[in-house]
Structure formats: structure tokens, C-alpha cells
Write a protein that binds this ligand. Sequence first.
Ligand code: FMN
Length: 161
Amino acid sequence: MKKTLLVYGTRYGATAKSADVIATVLREKFNHEVKVVKLSSQSEDVEIANYDNIIVGSSIAKFSWTKRAKQFLKRDFTGKKLFIFISSAAITYPALESGNIDKYKKWKKMFLDRKVRKANVKPTSTAVFGGWVERNGKRSLDNWKEEDMIKWAEEIGKTTL
Ligand SMILES: Cc1cc2nc3c(=O)[nH]c(=O)nc-3n(C[C@H](O)[C@H](O)[C@H](O)COP(=O)(O)O)c2cc1C
């Protein structure tokens, strides 16, 4: 049985929901044993030694990753398969959704590829998801789509067989 660790940083909750979908697909369709950890100032010091696969997710807000997800990327992933996703609902995902590939590549480079290069890690696969913006209980943007996470998790499942 493959052992998979999924860690994520969230501010408004979309990345947590995405993490749940990914973990469920890997457990139910690919028989992975998955541990999900929300990174926060209170989160445990996550041990990665026992895992074959590591998935890191971060919320993007004000052009930034969450502090803890960014810190986590500095770990040594030698010998592990690494997967990275971001929730970039206002900028990167809309470009992908509307098929504006040039804009999508530009924003993906800024929010994801540069972070990966800076951390000097080599993910097997990366993904950009949507999310939502909510103020006073009212959503002004909601482009979170479960099928995106299902598709990516299936890709992960197939590459980790
Ligand atoms: C104050 C604020 C700033 C944001 N800044 C960005 C941004 O710089 N780029 C982007 O793509 N989305 C931005 N968003 C949208 C977030 O990506 C969206 O809220 C997403 O759901 C965040 O993930 P989380 O719900 O896991 O925190 C912003 C949202 C808020 C409320």
C-alpha cells in the first residue's frame, strides 16, 4: 500500500476542500494510505520519512503562498514523489478557465513555477485550482470545481502505482 502525505495551507477553506477530494480519490480508487495535515502555527512538526508520496497545497492570496506551505517546500524530498497544487482563484485559474493560455502560463510561472524553482524541488506534477472569495457570508467569486481535483488525483494515482 502506498503511503501518501498531503499537507496544505489555507486561509479561506478552498485548499482544505481540495485536499479532502484528492485524499478521498487516492484512498478509494488507488488504495493509498493518506495522511492529511493542515499546516498552521499549531500544526505538528510533520515527519515525511515514512511516505512514498508528498502532496503540498497552498492558498494564494495577495500574490503569496501561506507561510507554512512555503516553508514546507524547503524540506528534502529525495527519494519521494512530490506533487504541488495552488488555489489561485482570482488570477491564474480564471485564465485557465477562459483558455487564455499565455496569461495562464504567465501567472502560473509567477505563483507556482518560480516557487518550485526557488525551493529547488522537482515535482512529478503540479496543478492550479480555483477557490472562492467570501465576504460577510456572500461569495463574490466561486470557481472551485471538484472535477479538477478528481482528475489530478487520478493522474497522481496512476503515476504512483
Ligand atoms: C484578500 C484576498 C486576496 C487574494 N489574492 C489573490 C491573488 O493574489 N491571486 C489569486 O489568484 N487569487 C487571490 N485571491 C483568491 C484566492 O485564491 C481564493 O480566495 C482561494 O480560495 C484561496 O484559497 P483558500 O480558500 O484555501 O485560502 C485572493 C482572495 C482574497 C480574499
